[in-house]
Design a protein around this ligand. Sequence first.
Ligand code: C5P
Length: 218
Amino acid sequence: MKKRKNIITVAIDSPAAAGAGTQAKLISKYYNLFYLDTGKIYRYIGKLKLQNKKKFSYNLVKKKINSLNIRQLKDNDLLSNNIAISASKIAKDKKIRDIVHKFQQKCAYYPPKKYNGSVLDGRDIITVQIKDAMFKFYITASLEVRAKRRFQEFKDLKKKITYKEVLKTLKIRDKSDKERKYGPLKKTKDSILINTSKLSKKACFKKIRTIMDKKLSY
Ligand code: C5P
């Protein structure tokens, strides 16, 4: 696989709704990096599965991912709870993960020329996707804080769901994402832990920037 030389690579792993997406976007803007929210790819496939119960196959997924345009991942539908559950189920499948792997590798190591590098967030970015990333962050927050944040996001999107349902879904997804056989979510020794439970978005980004600037100015 073609790799661009001297680029900045940032890998972030986190459980759902811990604030990783927000931080990844801030990092991408500040350092001019290509951003890929890898959860959206699994959500896209999760939606495909819900819409094509009978026709769903590895070939269909391969075809769709090979011709996937990043803009298709901006679909607001992908944020729904049903799709998140479906995504978490299909994400256990090794063959699906292998198809997604290729797409992610291209984004991580060969981002468009106008960017200084890439930032990817997900569950297995540090452990599988970009093992040699220049920066590795494990972003987390307590289950209750995450559920409150996700509930607020749903409210803002006018999606009908109770706090209890959000909490329950996060618990189920946490368990599934951490205990699955392929690409489980876990913190590696060499990644930097950022707990956002009591940190504002700004304070959290300041922490990350201090770490990144220190290394980049060497
Ligand atoms: O991050 P997000 O909540 O959008 O991810 C949806 C689901 O996709 C997760 O619960 C997880 O099962 C799966 N996922 C994954 N590996 C990634 C990113 C997401 O398995 N790198």
